[in-house]
Design a protein around this ligand. Structure first.
Ligand SMILES: Cc1ncc(COP(=O)(O)O)c(C=O)c1O
Length: 384
């Protein structure tokens, strides 16, 4: 039996070929340096692990997690939102997620009817598109261009598109470009959402990995709760990708819709993980600061080295990535294949994040500084 038309409509996984080549090179005994995957190389900080040892020992944490998150977790998020952004939310405006990806891919199922348009940043995280397609929606891309500071040009979107739009995805701090958004842009986006009555889903898993100015929450804008849901994550802030814990905050109607879908699909995040995540949000600013400083050092070192050997690197502002111009006239896939063949390094071609990403490649800052020097030495071999 064949898969259905929705699964068939999912975009092809463009990294397959590169992935195959990486595996073949490793099997042939080559020492491949992987700067492709956005997964922190360092472990979860010890204090968090110690807290979890205690949480996992409690029998009360061993049953099915209840509802949209434990009260302990929801209250910690409410306090964190207040402390971090000065945003007050109620326990009905928050829910626990099995990582931000869980919320991102399930949100469209709650709100789309067949044919509804979803506006998606290009380049962008693939989950925005796959969630839309699996829910029967129509993804339309909003190119993120350097001349617009990698913000979508909201004025250029035709009125008839806005009229059919149900969701607009935003993602700041941005993967893969590392760009940030401020009040003015969020206010403009909200004004469109108010005029055409759509939802803005602002994906913020890198909210705590910034190098100069602190990212703001879109919920700081007056009236935002009527149109906005935001996604946050423990994954990158505290090196907890494998724990699968994040949260959504925003308008109650959006939390209710997403909550209803999830109640019918999963049984939530292990309560002991929620307990530790709650404690972490309230007690681990120092750890988050160390992680932020680590990426900032790596971003600076890598950027300086790349510029010295002739690459055009966007000034890193946030996240765990560098967004670098593909040299010469090569396509991003051709360039990344050459980097693998000639320098034994895996980097991600921009095309993997959308058509508008094709002039760039992404470097994940997930290796220690010694390996950054090694990567730079190897990259010198790739002539352009
Ligand atoms: C932009 C963006 N959104 C969401 C996610 C998923 O995060 P989580 O681990 O919380 O599911 C990622 C992970 O890389 C990401 O880059």
């Amino acid at each position: 039996m064949d898969v259905n038309y929705r699964v068939k409509a999912l975009p092809p996984y463009v990294f397959v070929e590169l992935d195959k080549k990486k595996k073949a090179a490793r099997a042939a005994g080559r020492d491949i340096l992987d700067l492709g995957i956005g997964d922190p190389d360092r472990p979860t900080p010890l204090r968090i692990i110690d807290n979890f040892r205690e949480a996992v020992g409690k029998a009360s944490n061993h049953q099915y997690p209840i509802g949209r998150g434990s009260m302990v977790f929801k209250q910690a998020v409410m306090k964190w939102m207040e402390k971090r952004f000065d945003v007050g939310i109620t326990d009905k405006e928050v829910m626990c997620l099995i990582g931000a990806k869980d919320g991102i891919t399930h949100l469209p199922l709650a709100f789309l009817n067949p044919g509804d348009i979803v506006l998606i940043p290009d380049p962008g995280y693939p989950g925005y598109t796959s969630g839309t397609i699996l829910a029967g929606g129509v993804p339309l891309t909003m190119p993120l261009k350097k001349e617009n500071n990698f913000l979508p040009d909201l004025k250029s979107i035709p009125e008839d598109v806005y009229k059919l739009a149900k969701i607009m995805w935003l993602n700041y701090p941005n993967n893969p470009t590392s760009a940030m958004a401020g009040y003015e842009f969020y206010e403009e986006a909200l004004s469109y959402a108010e005029k055409y009555d759509f939802m803005i889903a602002q994906d913020a898993p890198y909210s705590e990995i910034y190098f100069n100015s602190k990212p703001i929450s879109m919920l700081q804008i007056k009236g935002a709760k009527d149109h906005v849901i935001e996604f946050y994550s423990m994954s990158k802030t505290y090196n907890m990708t494998g724990w699968r814990c994040g949260f959504a905050v925003g308008g109650e109607k959006y939390i209710n819709g997403l909550g209803t879908v999830k109640e019918n699909m999963d049984s939530g995040t292990f309560t002991a993980i929620q307990e530790t995540a709650a404690w972490t949000l309230l007690n681990c600013d120092e750890e988050a600061g160390q992680i932020r400083a680590l990426y900032s050092r790596r971003a600076r070192a890598f950027t300086k080295g790349l510029r010295t050997i002739g690459y055009e690197v966007l000034e890193p502002q946030s996240t765990i990535y560098l967004w670098v111009k593909v040299p010469g006239n090569m396509k991003s896939m051709e360039f990344c294949t050459r980097v693998l063949e000639e320098a034994d390094i895996v980097v991600t071609p921009g095309i993997g994040f959308g058509q508008a990403g094709d002039g760039y490649f992404r470097i994940a800052l997930t290796v220690e500084e010694e390996l950054i020097s090694k990567a730079l030495d190897r990259l010198k071999k790739v002539k352009f």
